[in-house]
Write a protein that binds this ligand. Structure first.
Ligand SMILES: Cc1ncc(COP(=O)(O)O)c(C=O)c1O
Length: 428
């Protein structure tokens, strides 16, 4: 296939292809990428841009990584896919072995799913089946924070933020769950009783009908890039235990080092009953997610029968091989200093934005940097300004944020932060 993108390709794309949360014909200009290497995307107009997004937070080791590429090439020559029902294979076994070793001790079993959203569906099913197997059929609701994002499938959407999510579009279709305000205690703030009070009282009054609390630990991602207190998370765990409610952690955005810990729950030293990972699981190379759970959850479900999920591409060998390669790269431990360095450089580089009239605040955690504006951006105006500055950043709402690949150099980080400063400064 000739990879050159012509004007007629772009016209075809605009007319015939849906892009995320998009329209056909597309409302917005599309930037065509011909290749990618390291932290750079090569656009079809010849420009090279530094990717501040890691392809929606997944491409942690950078593009065209030799270890990742080789692992996939080796796997494709051996077996690209085989059904997982009744069959098994080494890439799935090897990746599961590493995931079980990497996650806290009580987490023992792995379910491979196709994407982050599907992982959430499976996690919800696990929680519901767990209580059904215990004979507690009335425990079939979820409790979550407002401002969350758990993907675009029905189960996930039902626990996304009820005001800014998609609830209004799908009323009557989405199952109804319970919401409490998002944690009001920031990452570096000291937790006080009043911060946790609403969560405590809601859980107490709803515990007989709630199967699980489902949350993004420490960082609420696409629902607002909000960072909250590890002590809050500790209390959530303790209250779930007290009221016999399962705790599901969605680590799809936060897992594999992004917040400065391998998993965000490690900031608080808590262990969920069910944990979802995706995105960086394959170093961003392929779609794959995993739902992991404690032996208590898996044994309870399996005492009564099977888990009711089993997609066609479950544990796709190519994706699992990419996962194993990504775990190998992470196991060198280099990510720890890379993420710590990114955190420092993002603070230094983005803090000057605090002086801008249009900026509400700047916040950084691990390899996540956020400039929150006072007003939402106008995408059609702001988006092209980033490639003009030599970077790829895709804001949403009031948030201009970056989650660069861990391998980004100081010089490229500097360019990225300066570009954000210039673009934000240009907003009137
Ligand atoms: C926290 C979280 N959960 C779930 C998802 C859904 O993952 P996917 O887009 O792979 O379906 C996302 C995607 O951004 C996410 O950030």
């Amino acid at each position: 296939m000739d990879r050159t993108i012509t004007q007629s390709d772009l016209e075809f794309d605009a007319r015939h292809i849906w892009h995320p949360y998009g329209t056909t014909p597309s409302q917005y200009e599309l930037f065509a990428v011909e290749s990618a290497s390291g932290v750079r995307l090569l656009l079809s107009d010849g420009r090279e841009v530094i990717d501040g997004m890691s392809s929606w937070w997944s491409m942690v080791h950078g593009y065209n990584h030799p270890v990742m590429n080789q692992a996939i090439k080796d796997q494709v020559d051996s077996m690209s896919h085989v059904m997982f029902g009744g069959l098994t294979h080494k890439p799935a076994i090897e990746l599961s072995r590493r995931l079980v070793a990497l996650t806290p001790e009580p987490i023992k079993t792995v379910f491979f799913a196709d994407s982050g959203s599907v992982a959430i569906e499976v996690a919800i099913k696990m929680a519901m089946q767990y209580w059904q197997c215990k004979g507690e059929i009335h425990k079939n609701k979820l409790l979550t924070f407002k401002g969350g994002y758990f993907g675009d499938t029905t189960g996930g959407m039902a626990v996304c933020d009820p005001d800014n999510g998609m609830h209004h579009l799908f009323t009557g279709i989405l199952p109804e769950h319970h919401f409490v305000p998002r944690p009001g205690c920031g990452f570096y703030e000291i937790l006080e009783d009043h911060h946790i009070e609403t969560f405590r009282s809601e859980l107490e009054s709803l515990s007989l009908q709630v199967a699980a609390v489902i949350i993004e630990p420490i960082v609420q991602g696409a629902g607002g890039m909000h960072f909250y207190s590890p002590d809050f998370l500790k209390k959530v765990r303790a209250l779930c235990d007290e009221h016999e409610v399962l705790l599901i952690h969605d680590e799809i955005a936060t897992g594999f080092g992004r917040t400065g810990k391998m998993f965000a729950c490690e900031h608080a030293g808590v262990i969920p009953d069910i944990m979802c990972v995706g995105k960086a699981l394959t170093g961003g190379y392929m779609t794959l997610s995993a739902v992991m759970c404690t032996e208590e959850v898996s044994k309870t479900i399996c005492a009564s029968g099977p888990i009711m999920h089993g997609p066609t591409f479950m544990a796709n060998p190519l994706a699992c091989a990419a996962g194993v390669a990504s775990m190998d790269i992470l196991s060198t431990g280099e990510w720890v200093s890379q993420v710590a360095n990114i955190e420092k450089k993002l603070w230094d580089g983005l803090s000057p934005c605090n002086d801008l009239e249009t900026v509400d605040n700047v916040r950084v955690l691990g390899a996540i940097g956020v400039v929150e504006l006072k007003e939402p951006v106008i995408m059609s105006e702001i988006q092209p300004r980033f490639p003009e500055q030599g970077v790829w950043v895709r804001p949403f709402g009031k948030l201009v944020y970056v989650m660069p690949p861990y391998i980004i150099s100081d010089k490229d980080l500097d360019t990225l932060c300066k570009a954000i400063g210039k673009v934000v400064e240009s907003i009137r």
